[in-house]
Design a protein. Structure first.
Ligand SMILES: Nc1ncnc2c1ncn2[C@@H]1O[C@H](COP(=O)(O)OP(=O)(O)O)[C@@H](O)[C@H]1O
Ligand SMILES: [Mg+2]
Length: 259
């Protein structure tokens, strides 16, 4: 049960990010609580992707601080964030289409065995492990573990990418940038189910989404970004898509400047 008293696992404070003359983020705060689904919404260019790239060590902030469980967290690379249990599944799913799901899960991290003094890929073990993680952690069974990843549905590909994140680290925070953007209704429903499954394991899920339908279906809280700033955070159950939409487009600002 998420309550407003739940202590954040991650805090980002006064995060500013400049790219040359462009200020992508200006004094942005973000709290992430264990076991919540936090949605981040905002128009194109609002700074959503930049914020989560800082959270996942891909970019370093120009200024500002991040803490994890109260201790300062400095990440110089995405490998640093993975080591801390923060991983991401990107919009353009970074999966190798011609490889099997298991090969994708273990890409760059292959299991090996020694035979005749040489190290060999342990394909049988990787396949079993991939099958187990998909089933036990995500409740997903693929028809065949030997088919190329390109033959999977969008939702299944999503599951493979999440399984990879779950397997490669003691996952605490999973970030997803537009996970349902390219999916039809059925695959979207499956992906939302995967997010719930992960959340129910105590993992915080941070989801960037353009779909307020999805956001209101799965999130516990919504952080609204606009022009590089945080314009508000609402508890989903106490808000409405109308209110959030108003924050996204800056309805109050327009009224104020018109007044
Ligand atoms: N690598 C970059 N170099 C220069 N400007 C960037 C870079 N990444 C993002 N920006 C700029 O930062 C702002 C925020 O972008 P982004 O975080 O991608 O927004 P969103 O994900 O909300 O659409 C935009 O004005 C964008 O053009
Ligand atoms: Mg983006």
């Amino acid at each position: 049960m998420i309550t407003s008293e739940t202590v954040p696992i991650i805090t980002m404070r006064s995060i500013t990010k400049r790219f040359g003359g462009v200020t992508a983020l200006e004094n942005v705060d973000l709290d992430i609580r264990a076991g919540e689904v936090l949605a981040i919404v905002g128009d194109n260019g609002a700074g959503k992707s930049t914020l989560i790239k800082i959270l996942t060590g891909v970019y370093q902030p120009t200024s500002g601080e991040i803490t994890m469980n109260g201790a300062p967290l400095v990440m110089n690379s995405h490998a640093d964030s993975i080591a801390k249990g923060i991983d991401a599944v990107y919009q353009t799913l970074a999966l190798a289409d011609h490889l099997t799901p298991a090969a994708n899960m273990f890409l760059g991290n292959e299991l090996t065995r020694t035979f005749l003094g040489l190290r060999w890929l342990d394909n049988a073990k990787m396949k079993l492990e991939a099958e187990r993680v998909l089933k036990e952690r995500l409740g997903v069974t693929l028809r065949s573990m030997d088919a190329a990843t390109e033959s999977l549905s969008g939702g299944q590909r999503q599951a493979v990418a999440i399984a990879r994140a779950v397997y490669s680290t003691d996952l605490k925070v999973l970030v997803m940038d537009e996970p349902t953007a390219a999916l039809g209704p059925q695959e979207t429903a499956r992906t939302l189910k995967l997010i719930e499954t992960i959340r129910d394991q105590g993992i915080a899920v941070v989801v960037i989404s353009h779909s307020l339908d999805d956001v209101f279906q799965i999130s516990d809280r919504v952080q609204v970004m606009r022009r590089g700033r945080r314009v508000g955070v609402v508890e989903t159950a106490k808000s409405s898509s109308k209110q959030v939409l108003g924050m996204i487009v800056g309805a109050n600002e327009i009224e104020e400047s018109a007044a």
